[in-house]
Ligand binder design. Structure first.
Ligand code: MTE
Length: 335
């Protein structure tokens, strides 16, 4: 997609289980290995051992990253039966503007992102604020396979086998206060490792937000991996959000802060072009983007001159699960 920047005046191409002790201790081992820079074979071995300990069949791992095995999710509709997008497509056709606006840029440039050590700060209206190390987040709940459709506002879609768990697991543990109505997500903004961050496309850091009931919905996940492996940098390593019924831009990558607020948070895309990107951003084929229709989508991997487009589904196909959250709301006004 193209957005017109008000500042620069030109068009930009937009482009539970509690983890068992053995698994938890194994993760510590994994993180020790990661911290020591011992990657590859050692991590792969760790992954298969943990998979066996959990009774999970290790999935065929298409990349070369550390294994992150997942249990089949118990959340209804957590997995579509559609064919997952090829790993190569999902890891080379990305939006991660901190690394460039061309779809191929993140795969080329995101190797500079330093993902260890990594912490996520919890702040705002919660009883238990604090800084969580990635290792503590990893052991907070069982990793599950959540094969979700991802529909980008630009008109394409993918099917990705994410590995993660419901964000609600974390939210419950930090105990939001009564006044907390929204959750704001702040992502990494490091000019030393993110070469495009001084560009005028967006105001960094990339900010996103959800209403509390959306954040608590079991389909909303914190994701640490995909295709049975830890997340590649270009897909938002080491931890990102995935909200399957909303346009992909709601799913912030490389999260560093989660803040609980009373007021609706400002989001990066809404600030850049409020008329085009509303706070809710639910996938809705009946509400056109001001400059193009949202009725159809192109599934990545089904390319070619005669490839048929697919009809975009209300709430990206998750209407039965999330429609109630918006009962009585005018979804044209709150787009
Ligand atoms: N998160 C950050 N930090 N920066 C971004 O540019 N792009 C968003 C979202 N999360 C983006 C981001 C958009 S527009 C989409 S469609 C999805 O990430 C793409 O995720 P994927 O590349 O893993 O498919």
């Amino acid at each position: 997609m193209l957005i017109r920047s008000h500042r620069s005046g030109f068009d930009h191409p937009l482009s539970s289980e509690i983890t068992s002790r053995s698994v938890y201790e194994g993760r510590r081992e994994l993180l020790r290995l990661m911290g020591g820079g011992i990657a590859g074979v050692a991590l792969a071995t760790w992954g298969s051992r943990q998979a066996m300990a959990q009774g999970v069949t290790p999935t065929a791992r298409p990349g070369k990253l550390a294994a992150l095995p997942a249990l089949r999710s118990s959340v209804a509709a957590a997995s579509t039966l559609e064919q997952p997008t090829a790993y190569k497509d999902a890891t080379t056709y990305n939006n991660f503007y901190e690394f460039g606006t061309d779809k191929a840029d993140p795969a080329k440039n995101a190797h500079s992102l330093k993902t260890s050590p990594w912490t996520v700060e919890i702040e705002g209206l919660v009883k238990k604020p604090g800084r969580y190390a990635l290792e503590d987040l990893l052991k907070l709940a069982a990793q599950e396979d959540r094969t979700y459709r991802l529909r980008c506002v630009e008109g394409w879609s993918m099917v990705i086998p994410w590995v993660g768990y419901s964000l609600s697991e974390l939210i419950r543990r930090v105990e939001p206060l009564g006044g907390a109505k929204y959750v704001e997500f702040v992502t990494q903004a490091d000019p030393k490792t993110m070469r495009f961050i001084d560009s005028p496309v967006l105001d960094w850091p990339y900010l996103e937000g959800l209403r509390m009931d959306e954040a608590m919905h079991p389909l909303t996940i914190l994701s640490f991996g995909m295709y049975g492996e830890v997340l590649p940098n270009q897909n938002g390593a080491p931890v990102r959000l995935v909200v399957p019924w909303k346009y992909g831009f709601k799913s912030g990558k490389s999260l560093v802060k989660i803040r609980f607020t009373e007021q609706q948070p400002i989001t990066a895309w809404n600030r850049a072009a409020a008329r085009e990107y509303g706070f809710f951003s639910n996938v809705n084929p009946n509400v056109d983007h001001p400059r193009w229709s949202q009725a159809m989508e192109r599934r990545i991997g089904e390319d070619g001159l005669f490839a048929k487009k697919r009809k975009t589904l209300m709430f990206n196909g998750y209407e039965a699960q999330v429609g109630q959250l918006y009962a009585g709301m005018d979804l044209k006004k709150f787009f």
